[in-house]
Design a protein around this ligand. Structure first.
Ligand code: MN
Length: 368
């Protein structure tokens, strides 16, 4: 069966509720249109540059992690991961077809271009975005893409932001801090303002804790996805929430993966404790109100129905999007997790694809 046939079928099933449901090998109903929104890729030049970064004598947690990832000879698990990161149209499309995933929203794998010298980052972002534009042209119903931008060179980043949206990309990816600095710093404001103006979201993706908070994360394997990533990225989100930049960019949309990087369950407490700070700082809204207005969360890497329910209840189903985190996460288990999620069909429709279509302005019916 050609990809076109599958595209049409998936598309029709997503829009026609009366269509006969297809069954997956696990016996689950295939009626949903599925758009996965935090899906990683890499390319030869990028992988080689990260390998170079891994050889530097920087003592950051990120470099420590890259050393494990790019050590030779590679562990089998890493070998599979590298192969899948570098592939866009072979194994990836087959796995998407197998699990009934209509579309992946692609982004350059973490730390993206965030760790390179400014000139390298500018070039690498351009190459990454060219690759995305090309693959989307070839498979407009199967892929959307988030542009990489060089936060190290804000002027170049803003240019690349405009250019990439003109060329049909759907938003931006920033892998948390840039040289240990966060997006609440005034120097980065043009990036936030440009994203707002372009009505394109910024996906705030994790990397390891910055040097200022690295210490305790050096123990017990806590520096990565188990805890360090969410402390790093959740703290980053809070700096944005508390700095007042969202009063100056009220239309900006930011996306957090991993069920909101730990923030949704503590919003009440943050509001409660921060009220006097908020008044003193002259912030227009409470943290929870900014969060509800300016942030989306995704399900990447947290396949827990209780947590999903809590996010849907706390934020509303219109603020939650489905993600696999391919190839780090399993497409099969992420799909099963959402197929069987204990939420209403209306909510599931929003989480599986409708929110993604709205936020990334994905218009499949106009794709050829
Ligand atoms: Mn990810």
């Amino acid at each position: 069966m050609s990809n076109d046939t599958i595209d049409r079928r998936t598309f029709l099933l997503g829009t026609a509720a009366a269509a006969a449901p297809l069954m997956t090998s696990a016996g689950e109903c295939r009626q949903w249109r599925r758009i996965a929104v935090e899906e990683a890729f890499s390319f030869r030049q990028h992988a080689q540059a990260l390998e170079g970064t891994a050889r530097s004598n920087d003592d950051s947690l990120d470099v420590e992690f890259l050393r494990k990832l790019y050590a030779q000879p590679r562990a089998r698990m890493f070998e599979d991961m590298h192969r899948r990161l570098l592939d866009l149209e072979e194994e990836r499309l087959k796995i998407m077809d197998r699990d009934g995933v209509a579309m992946q929203v692609l982004s350059l794998t973490s730390p993206g271009v965030q760790m390179f010298a400014p000139a390298v980052a500018v070039d690498m972002a351009r190459v990454a975005n060219d690759i995305l534009v090309d693959v989307i042209k070839r498979h407009p119903r199967r892929f959307a893409g988030l542009a990489s931008i060089s936060t190290q060179d804000v002027e170049a980043a803003v240019k690349e932001m405009r250019h990439s949206i003109e060329r049909g990309l759907h938003g931006f990816i920033i892998n948390s801090h840039t040289d240990d600095k966060y997006l609440d710093e005034p120097e980065f404001f043009p990036i936030l303002k440009t994203a707002e103006e372009l009505r394109a979201p910024i996906y705030l993706h994790p990397r390891s804790p910055s040097k200022g908070m690295a210490g305790p994360f050096r123990k017990y394997g806590l520096s990565g996805a188990s805890w360090g990533y969410q402390v790093e990225t959740g703290t980053h989100a809070l700096l944005i929430l508390m700095s007042g930049v969202l009063d100056r960019a009220p239309g900006l949309t930011l996306i957090l993966g991993h069920m909101g990087e730990g923030i949704p369950p503590v919003l009440w407490r943050i509001d409660n404790i921060s009220e006097s700070y908020r008044k003193q700082a002259g912030l227009k809204l409470k943290a929870s109100e900014y969060f509800q207005r300016n942030f989306m969360v995704t399900t990447s890497g947290v396949e827990d129905h209780v947590t999903l329910r809590a996010c849907v209840d706390r934020l509303g189903a219109d603020r939650v999007m489905w993600a696999i985190d391919y190839p780090y996460g399993s497409s099969e288990t992420a799909t099963h997790f959402m197929n069987t999620a204990p939420i209403s069909d209306t909510d599931k429709e929003m989480v599986f694809y409708a929110n993604a279509e709205r936020v990334f302005r994905i218009n499949v019916s106009s794709a050829h």
